[in-house]
Design a protein around this ligand. Structure first.
Ligand code: BG6
Length: 513
């Protein structure tokens, strides 16, 4: 640790306007800034959560003036702001106010001059617009720059905190590309920053429905007594996408479905389901329990616990879909996976013996992110001699997207003189109860960083715990790139071999339809 840093910034309560600050976005010319970060900042200013005294400094390599940068943002926010789906008028007044606080610095991320210029710019903002000395550095850049930018920020004295100022760094995913590189990156950035200055982003944690998993579990009396190996037969976590590789061939070829989705998004869902109740609702209490949950997950045995697949051509809704190898920019003989499914065990008092089945894939039959908790059947069936429809076990399905809600499946008597059983569902849809505000999912995360709440960000140990679980799989694919690769038709359910992960124990995946 180079300098002892203290963060004495006042802790704020959610819902207060964030304290005055400067936000510096590295990679301001990129897609993330245009499509998600700026629309999120616009939503924050509209809802009164962004500080009145605020400045945004975009940093990138393109040669742009302040005016040119603002014009770009103006165009993209008008097309990406999410009002349309919520029938809300575009709020010109707030948007123009936000845009007037935006400026641009051109520079090479590896050039010390860039950081000197930034320092002057931040001092200037503080002098001229009284924005305070608080600053957040958002690294929306390719992962190879994470360590380098943090080193430069440290050398330029930009991340030293003081009694009246915080300095925080938000780091996008992917945080490392395996266990060793994640550890090395943690070590590198923690030479400059304190852990509590680091906000490792996993945008899944910004989704309302993901945050609600904890509320469902810990604010309700009925679920927790059942939430263990005595009552739960198994858990399925599905993150299925209909999109293919889109325009990200370069990134995706080097990443694949496992690295892109599992140690981060999918394991965050797993941790929220498996974790023990935290002692309090403070960031570290929650993050400690999540990390403990991931530490208890068995390391994958790639020969028995996993299926990887790649989509070939297929169709959905009568529309032909290309195979992965035919997509623009993809190697015609690529051995990269676009799908993974796995079976995991958790060594804990609560979960011992309960299998967790996880799957994620691109170009699937349906977009669906859900967690299904299948309960054990009653110990003895009183109704075994009556006519029944095929009764599924009781299942609680937490629907995260695109349909947000929950559903509980159970058996009921079909009306009539004879005893006949049928399957029914008790459904809850968010939209029936709560008015949704326009959101990209990044609002909560940016705002939380501004008020110093790291609950929804990943701690160093949690990131490493995720990579540890999948490392044997990554090692196998490195040694033998064609290992385990199956093919599945685009628009389908994934490789049929994935069914065997469950069928051997008489279980089956929930159908995507
Ligand atoms: C990103 C992955 O982190 O998450 C993408 O890189 C994926 O490949 C995306 O499509 C899914 O996020 P969401 O919010 O669209 O479900």
């Amino acid at each position: 640790m180079s300098t002892p840093l203290t963060n004495t910034a006042k802790r704020l309560v959610h819902g207060d306007k964030a304290p005055s600050c400067n936000l510096v976005i590295f990679g301001a010319g990129g897609d993330l800034t245009r499509r998600l970060l700026m629309p999120a900042l616009y939503n924050l200013v509209r809802t009164g959560l962004l500080p009145d005294r605020f400045s945004l400094i975009g940093v990138d390599r393109q040669d742009l003036t302040d005016e040119g940068f603002r014009d770009r943002l103006d165009q993209s926010v008008r097309s990406f702001a999410s009002e349309k789906s919520y029938s809300v008028e575009f709020d010109e007044t707030h948007w123009k106010h936000l845009l007037s606080q935006v400026s641009y610095v051109r520079g090479d991320f590896n050039d010390p001059d860039l950081y000197r210029t930034l320092k002057q710019r931040l001092d200037g903002e503080n002098r001229n617009h009284a924005t305070s000395e608080n600053a957040i550095f958002y690294l929306a850049v390719a992962s190879r720059f994470f360590g380098l930018v943090v080193d430069h920020l440290g050398q330029a004295g930009l991340v030293e905190e003081g009694p009246e100022r915080y300095r925080r760094v938000i780091i996008e995913k992917p945080f490392g590309n395996d266990y060793e590189s994640a550890r090395a990156l943690n070590q590198q950035i923690l030479r400059t920053l304190h852990e509590d200055q680091v906000y490792r982003m996993d945008h899944f944690l910004g989704k309302e429905t993901v945050q609600n998993i904890m509320v469902k579990r810990f604010a309700n009396g009925i679920f927790e007594p059942l939430w263990n190996r005595n009552h739960i037969d198994h858990v399925q976590i599905t993150v299925a996408e209909t999109v293919g590789v889109e325009s990200r061939a370069g990134f995706y070829e080097a990443t694949g479905a496992m690295r892109d989705m599992v140690p981060n998004h999918v394991f965050q869902l797993l941790a929220l389901i498996c974790m023990e109740p935290p002692n309090s609702f403070c960031a570290d209490a929650i993050r400690t329990e999540k990390t403990k949950a991931l530490d208890a997950v068995h390391v994958i045995n790639p020969l028995t616990d996993i299926v990887r697949g790649q989509y070939r051509n297929g169709s959905r809704d009568g529309k032909d879909l290309k195979g992965y190898r035919e997509e623009d920019g993809i190697q015609p003989e690529s051995l990269n996976e676009t799908y993974v499914a796995m079976k995991l065990g958790v060594d804990s008092w609560r979960w011992s013996g309960v299998p967790f089945y996880l799957r994620t894939g691109k170009r699937m039959a349906q977009r669906s992110t859900e967690i299904s908790i299948e309960f054990k059947r009653p110990p003895f069936s009183l109704f075994r001699d009556t006519q029944t429809e095929e009764l599924e076990p009781n299942t609680l399905i937490l629907k995260l997207q695109p349909d947000e809600g929950a559903s509980l499946a159970f058996g009921a008597k079909i009306p009539g003189p004879a005893i006949q059983l049928g399957q029914v569902h008790m459904d809850f849809h968010y939209k029936d109860y709560f008015q949704n505000a326009p959101s990209t999912g990044y609002e909560t995360l940016i705002y939380d960083c501004m008020i110093g709440d790291a609950t929804l960000f990943q701690r160093a140990d949690s990131v490493e715990a995720g990579w540890r679980i999948v490392q044997p799989y990554l090692d196998l694919c490195k040694a033998q790139p064609d290992a385990l690769l199956e093919f599945y038709p685009a628009g389908g359910q994934g490789p049929t071999k994935a069914d065997a992960l469950l069928e051997t124990s008489g279980r089956k995946w929930r159908k995507l339809s």
